[in-house]
Design a protein around this ligand. Sequence first.
Ligand SMILES: Nc1ncnc2c1ncn2[C@@H]1O[C@H](COP(=O)(O)OP(=O)(O)OP(=O)(O)O)[C@@H](O)[C@H]1O
Ligand code: SF4
Ligand code: SF4
Ligand SMILES: [Mg+2]
Length: 418
Amino acid sequence: MRSIPRLDLPRGAKLETIEGLPPDLRNPPPGCRFAPRCPYRIEACTQQDVQLVGISPGHASACIRAQEIIAGTLVPPQKVQAAGTAALAQTGNEPLLIVDHLKKYFFVKAAGAGFLSSETATVKAVDDISIHVMAGETLGLVGESGCGKTTVGRAVLKLDEPTDGTIRFGGVDITHASHADMRGVRRKIQVIFQDPYSSLNPRMTVGQIIGEPMRVYKLVANRKAEHQRVEELLTQVGLFPYMAERYPHELSGGQRQRVGIARALALEPTFIVCDEPVSALDVSIQGQIINLLEDLQARLGLSYLFIAHDLAVVRHISDRVAVMYLGRVMELADRDQLYASPQHPYTKALLDAAPVPDPKVERGRAPRALRGEIPSPLTPPSGCVFHTRCPIVGEECRRVVPALRTLASGQLVACHKV
Ligand SMILES: Nc1ncnc2c1ncn2[C@@H]1O[C@H](COP(=O)(O)OP(=O)(O)OP(=O)(O)O)[C@@H](O)[C@H]1O
Ligand code: SF4
Ligand code: SF4
Ligand SMILES: [Mg+2]
């Protein structure tokens, strides 16, 4: 429970995690299987088999210290909070990445069109967004499923050709750069995907997966240097060198995600698009991966575009946050500002709807839900795209698209009524 970043508490410098990794099941630890990672461990824990026993009606626990924990005589150990990664964001310089008026439309078959019909409809997945990311900075991109986050990431990675707008990286316009032009830049922009399983080739060993891109880019002189570098990278992401011999299916999800990170780091990038990198992981491993990404950023000066739908995770890792809805940016602000005083009705609704991982706190909160469903991007609402769900919608909202403008606080907001 303590590993989960929380919106109802001040942002801690570092996420609490459970030390170590789940044990190797070929050789489980003696006694309590959780003992190697348990902060309450005493000698007895490893000397006896620990059984699940009833501690109150309907509640059983496999812990020899359960009664002490219930009695409240065991205080959870306070971990020393390591200093957070101070944003290395450079001010005054040109941003590392500039996305200007980006549009990405997909042309799909029109609904109800017959099998042979060529009638098409347009999905405005990204409709005129402008964002930038400074060197050493993390820009969080949040929004509900389908709002266009991945499409922005794919455009930045040059996996998709933009419909309109420009993308500049390191001072160079890469919007329409050819494959050959991109060769030098490609290395500098890497990606970490949500699902490490489908993004790692199942027929290659971990060593080959990490080593291959280095060979392609001739970053290593020979096989020996490649092996050495692979081992270095595995260690850097908290894996063991012997894991180079394993195949992806022989690793856990968290270990696979670390391999995905090692592969991204292999080419010494300056910028990483992290597309929901922790959404598939359980909360303690999620905490470890977030801490790892922050450590790597502090050490290597990396910039991240961090895409996620979890507002608490985004608050934890980002320096600035852009909130997207139906292909547009609704609000963009400094992290602390955005969470402490959200200005856009959509940001407010999202924050209101975000659950708090504490049953006591959660029970005390008023019932809340973002009303209505997210409209289809095939037929986005006129005017402000949020108007069908906005609690303070006005007449103008249905007609006029609100421009993103800067408030006195520095926050950027696209709303007629703010
Ligand atoms: N290749 C494609 N062809 C047609 N429509 C697409 C294509 N890729 C994405 N879309 C549509 O564009 C919209 C935005 O998709 P995108 O994957 O960017 O959303 P997302 O914000 O990443 O969502 P999630 O949180 O679920 O990952 C969606 O409506 C999606 O159906
Ligand atoms: S028995 Fe309880 S206190 Fe001991 S290691 Fe296991 S979980 Fe921790
Ligand atoms: S422009 Fe109007 S509909 Fe859109 S968020 Fe603001 S008040 Fe709501
Ligand atoms: Mg996505």
